[in-house]
Design a binder for this molecule. Structure first.
Ligand SMILES: [Zn+2]
Length: 422
């Protein structure tokens, strides 16, 4: 117990909070003042009324609904500006420069806008739309889906991908999410994306076995709107998708969708900050993405989630860990066997190998004192700092504990505190 008093501070190597609460930043909100610059060398394929309807009516309505009224689109379109002498090559810089100077010459004050669209007849490019920074390019196509997708990029969203597996062989499909406007779909942004944008502010993180109730993500709610299961390789996002998403003349099945926010085969040691989602198209069985009441999605050796009920948009999800394997012992890096008696005692170790639920924390103990919990950082060596113990022989132990509660073997480092290092 005396040893516990020596404890100066125990610090995580870096902030875990930025990782687990992407919605903590300020919400993407307010009026988006968009200028649509129509530029051409001759053809004028999109009339005023169509631009008005697609951009300032349909896309505006989509953004208002998706953000629960937090953001919307205002602005205007230029007439067709005959600024190009011939059909240009696929060069966005050239198109943007020509469009901007033509709009300014026509009397538009570009500083009054914070979003810019260049709309032109079909040019030979590999893309029909591009979006980034504050600017989007619409190449011979104009639809609510395309405009919302490209604007979504300017809001900071990536693509809604899928993780397509045939047997044990899996690949990422760049636009593979058939529900999501940021993927191949027509529907709303997903719960991960809305959390990134600060539109959804309440999600549940599965910590213990139990029942978790979530509301659908496409409408405003006071309840949590997703269940997040953190594991060693990736996080899994469960959302209850109940609106009709059109697809090939029909609608996609409704139900609980499962997405990963990184490749599910990522080695735990090289995980990076999540940026995009990958829908699991077979979560409810071959070719079926949407879980119905009674169905279970599980990751072998890690966890399982069963949809118990789905009523009025609220889904009750039964979560349980299925990880019976403890993390390996970490490797202690410091202190070295002989330590000079000055400054603080820094204990560092390499991340313990753990491929199931993932390391929740490390129990670190100096000379058998009650262990202190250190949360793992992101791809850095974790660190615990103690007040330097007196001269003589000491012992520090570090043990990893996974999210499912399995305690790994302790790593032990014996060291001697002396006058100076030799
Ligand atoms: Zn895109």
């Amino acid at each position: 117990v005396v040893a516990a008093a020596r404890l100066l501070a125990v610090l995580a190597a870096c902030a875990l909070a930025a990782w687990t609460t992407p919605g903590a930043s300020a919400a993407f909100s307010g009026e988006q003042r968009l200028l649509v610059m129509r530029i051409t060398w001759g053809p004028e394929p999109f009339p005023d009324a169509m631009v008005q309807d697609v951009v300032f009516s349909q896309t505006d309505a989509f953004m208002r609904a998706s953000s629960f009224g937090k953001t919307w689109i205002a602005g205007e379109q230029t007439p067709w500006l005959h600024v190009l002498s011939v059909q240009p090559v696929c060069d966005t810089r050239l198109i943007a420069e020509a469009g901007r100077s033509a709009a300014q010459a026509a009397g538009y004050d570009l500083t009054r806008y914070n979003r810019y669209a260049f709309l032109f007849p079909r040019v030979t490019c590999w893309w029909s739309g591009l979006g980034g920074g504050d600017t989007i390019f619409l190449n011979g196509q104009l639809s609510r889906k395309l405009v919302a997708h490209e604007l979504g990029h300017t809001y900071g969203l990536g693509h809604a991908k899928s993780w397509d597996c045939v047997g044990r062989s899996c690949t990422e499909s760049e636009y593979g999410d058939p529900y999501d406007t940021m993927g191949g779909g027509q529907g709303d942004f997903n719960a991960f994306e809305k959390t990134q944008l600060g539109w959804i502010t309440s999600t549940l993180t599965a910590a213990h076995d139990g029942l978790y109730t979530i509301d659908r993500p496409d409408r405003s709610s006071t309840l949590p709107q997703a269940l997040v299961v953190e594991t060693a390789r990736t996080d899994y996002w469960f959302e209850n998708r109940q609106e009709d998403v059109p697809s090939f003349g029909g609608v996609l099945p409704t139900g609980v969708l499962v997405r990963a926010d990184g490749r599910p085969d990522t080695a735990p040691a090289v995980r990076a900050l999540p940026e995009v989602t990958l829908l699991l198209p077979n979560a409810a069985g071959p070719g079926r993405a949407a879980l119905q009441p009674g169905q279970t999605f599980g990751v072998q050796g890690t966890f399982a989630v069963t949809v118990e009920t789905q009523l009025d948009g609220q889904a009750a999800l039964r979560f349980r860990w299925a990880d019976g394997t403890a993390p390996a012992a970490p490797k202690i890096l410091t202190p070295s066997p002989r330590v000079a008696r000055r400054g603080a005692l820094e204990v560092t170790w390499s991340q313990a190998s753990e491929t199931g639920s993932g390391v929740a924390g490390y129990d670190v103990s100096l000379d058998g004192a009650p262990a202190m919990l250190v949360q793992p950082g992101f791809a850095l060596s974790p660190l615990a700092r103690f007040r330097m113990p007196p001269r003589g022989a000491h012992r520090v132990t570090v043990r990893a504990v996974d999210r499912a509660g399995n305690r790994g073997k302790a790593a032990v480092r014996r060291f001697v505190v002396g006058k100076t290092t030799r």
